[in-house]
Design a protein around this ligand. Structure first.
Ligand code: ADP
Ligand code: ZN
Length: 722
């Protein structure tokens, strides 16, 4: 009788025609008694690498795995193939346990799957030391490394166990590729004559797609319209988002279930089971979902929110298309999400962790903003160089995206970097481009530079986006302390020998035009804006502190030419009337008189005045607002009206929303959160709007109290109309 070969076992036992890349070599190593480290992407076929040797080697193969559900699944599959395998873990009942121990003692098993904590019990260690253990397979081997994303201290004890079985060949397997983790595994396990096999981490069947996030629920349902019967996962940032989206999808007739750590074990298990069995099509989940999911036919993954870093993105999209058939991965990208993540990072107390998280976020932003093939930054992160120019399986390579020539902007930016002597970071350079009167800029006399104030065609946020893209395009080098330096390629751009392109669909929109829906006289508007800018510069305050664009637009619509008329403009109160009224009215008159434009504020004044007089009483928020402006504090008002502080704050917001005016100075200090957190929340109001607090509450996963949100909304409104 000829002894079986790996190939014959593959054909006859597993029923597969050929080995996948690397499998044959790995199996030869193991059968030849050489310790081996196998690094293969999820779905690459790692299990076969020790299952085939287990059937060839004389003795028992012990497989260590931390995932109980996966072990049980594998053993079931092996039984289907007629292979003698069993698992012992904390979920195994007493009777079965004794039965399996009996099988081991009698040498009836080829494979024994163990959870680490089961392996470390005296009973099992003693049992195994009396058997011939020919191979020790360590699955999910990255758990041994504290550099990995899933470090499990108990895995360290595998080092001792390995010494107890000096004759067993050891094979460690993982889908985590970073070199640091790899080296850690080798040295921890004391691999002397070890050989390492690294499969490519590219998953060519995954379509990598990214779209700017506009209205996510609508974007998701559009995506789903052509995928009626396909299984997929939507990853969300917070539990509340998961619940809401799952409900929204259900309401539209999809079978979707939520999955997150806030649900009890039973519900989670049931939801997962129903997904795996195709009873439901969609799993809406936090990152809690996915470990140990073997479902091979997940056809799509959507990231409703930005993942934490490239590694988690890769892991999560990697759950799609394990069967090798095409699968679509869509990331909905927004700058608001970055702000949100920065907020969470800013709350980290450990400086090292903070730094790591920041650089990971930066890499992820680089991945999102690249105009090259997405596989390049993705695989580069995993330590691999992706050679092809065009993968034809990512949004950039299929080329439907809006890319624009931004050479002129790049030249402005780069020459500003050059003129500030490559000593500053992007924020400073942008301030110079925007003509800021910041103290540091004046001290450095950078207001004298030729590049000072030449960048006003973009907003600060837009410049930030462009700066990221310039960095991505290899024009800028970030030095140790965060200052930007020019590369050789940058010099070519400055000499107009090379062009620069950027993704414009991701560009944050200029917020200035957002609030204005009036049909205003643009020439007057522009003139007033220029005047506002001049005043603001003289006072060294931002222009919006003088008047918001919305107020200017109203002036350019209603042409107020008297004090009363001016006062009727939203955003003009007594204070501003006194301070700016005369000058602005003079300018408006000078513009209107030769053009025969009359003051239209009178009609508005009447309209506003009538209802109040008619029913003879003001609304409560008006009374509260007026009293507050007359100097009563929030505490005094709360006690007078017998309500909570937050109710008064809510009244004040309403007062503002219905055209009242408060200045930022009056509400100074009402919120005690850190400035970083305040900024993050204010940015969220920018994205979510200020009508309702709930979206912002949920965006921060309930970590900011409604009390604080009331206050921050008020601050937000004051800034808007200041
Ligand atoms: P991993 O553990 O690396 O994530 P698995 O070992 O679960 O991957 O294998 C993924 C899938 O590929 C399984 O369904 C497995 O049966 C299948 N597979 C493995 N090797 C081959 C092969 N040589 N030919 C065909 N299918 C294979
Ligand atoms: Zn590509």
């Amino acid at each position: 009788m000829t002894s079986p070969t790996p190939k014959s076992i593959l054909n006859t036992v597993f029923g597969y025609a050929d080995f996948r890349p690397l499998q044959a070599q790995v199996i030869d190593q193991i059968v030849g008694n050489t310790d081996t480290l196998v690094i293969m992407p999820t779905g690459g076929g790692k299990s076969l690498c020790y299952q085939v040797p287990a059937l060839i080697l004389d003795g028992l193969t012990v497989v260590i795995s931390p995932l109980i559900a996966l072990m049980q699944d594998q053993v079931r599959q092996l039984h289907e193939l007629g292979i003698k395998a069993a698992t012992l873990n904390s979920m195994v009942m007493r009777d079965d346990y004794d039965k399996i121990v009996g099988q081991v003692v009698r040498g009836e098993l080829d494979l024994l799957y163990l959870a680490p904590e089961t392996l470390f019990t005296d009973r099992i260690l003693t049992l195994l030391s009396q058997q011939k253990v020919s191979c020790l397979a360590i699955d999910e081997a990255h758990c041994i490394s504290s550099w990995g994303h899933d470090f499990r201290p108990e895995y360290r004890r595998l080092v001792e166990v390995r010494q107890r079985f000096p004759n067993a060949v050891c094979v460690a397997l993982t889908a985590t590729a970073t070199p640091r983790v790899r080296e850690d595994i080798q040295s921890m396990l004391g691999f002397t004559q070890s050989s390492t096999f690294i499969d490519s981490f590219d998953r060519p069947n995954l379509m990598l797609d990214l779209q700017p996030k506009q209205s996510p629920t609508r974007q998701i349902t559009q995506f789903l319209a052509s995928r009626k019967d396909q299984s997929g996962i939507v990853y969300c940032f917070s539990r509340a988002q998961v619940d809401n989206l799952a409900t929204a999808l259900q309401d539209q007739g999809y079978t979707a279930l939520p999955y997150h750590a806030g649900l009890n074990d039973e519900v989670r298990r049931r939801n997962q089971e129903r997904f795996i069995r195709d009873d439901v099509q969609i799993m809406v989940a936090t990152i809690a979902f996915g470990m140990g999911i073997n479902k091979p036919d997940i056809r799509w993954v959507i990231h409703n929110d930005l993942p934490k870093n490239i590694e988690s993105y890769y892991q999560q999209v990697g759950r799609a298309g394990r069967d090798g058939l095409p699968a679509h991965c869509l990331l909905l990208f927004s700058y608001g999400d970055i702000v949100k993540q920065r907020h969470f990072i800013s709350e980290k107390t450990n400086p090292h962790e903070k730094q790591v998280a920041e650089s990971q976020l930066q890499q992820l932003v680089g991945f999102a903003e690249t105009i090259d093939c997405r596989r390049k930054p993705l695989l580069a992160y995993l330590g691999e160089v992706y050679e092809p120019e065009n993968c034809s399986q990512c949004d950039n390579c299929t080329g439907t995206k809006e890319v624009e020539d931004v050479t002129v902007a790049a030249q402005k930016f780069l020459s500003c970097v050059y003129r500030t002597e490559q000593r500053f970071g992007a924020v400073y350079v942008i301030d110079v481009l925007l003509g800021s009167r910041g103290q540091k800029i004046l001290q450095n006399q950078h207001d004298q530079l030729s590049t000072y104030g030449i960048g006003k065609d973009y907003t600060k946020k837009q410049w930030q986006h462009l700066a990221n893209q310039f960095q991505q395009a290899g024009l800028l080098r970030r030095n140790e302390h965060g200052s930007l330096g020019l590369t050789d390629k940058a010099m070519l751009v400055l000499k107009s020998q090379e062009k620069v392109q950027a993704r414009m669909d991701l560009m944050p929109s200029a917020s200035k035009s957002k609030a204005i829906d009036l049909n205003y006289d643009t020439a007057l508007f522009d003139a007033l804006r220029a005047y506002r800018k001049q005043l603001a510069d003289e006072m060294n305050v931002p222009p919006y502190a003088v008047f918001a664009d919305k107020a200017l637009a109203e002036m350019a619509t209603l042409f107020p030419q008297t004090e009363a008329g001016f006062l009727a403009i939203n955003g003009v109160g007594q204070h501003k009337l006194k301070k700016y009224g005369a000058d602005f009215i003079e300018r408006i008159r000078a513009y209107c008189e030769p053009r025969d434009l009359s003051d239209k504020t009178a009609t508005r004044q009447q309209r506003q005045a009538t209802p109040r007089k008619d029913n003879g009483q003001k609304k409560r928020h008006e009374i509260v607002g007026d009293a507050f402006k007359n100097g009563m504090s929030i505490a005094e008002l709360a006690s007078e009206w017998q309500v909570k502080h937050s109710t008064i704050v809510a009244h004040l917001s309403k007062y503002m929303q219905s055209g009242g005016e408060l200045t930022s100075a009056e509400i100074e200090g009402i919120c005690s959160l850190t400035q970083d957190t305040q900024d993050a929340v204010l940015a969220a109001f920018e994205v979510e709007g200020a009508e309702a607090l709930r979206p912002v509450y949920e965006a921060f996963d309930g970590q900011i109290s409604y009390d604080d949100l009331h206050k921050l909304r008020l601050i937000y409104l004051c800034r808007q109309t200041a």
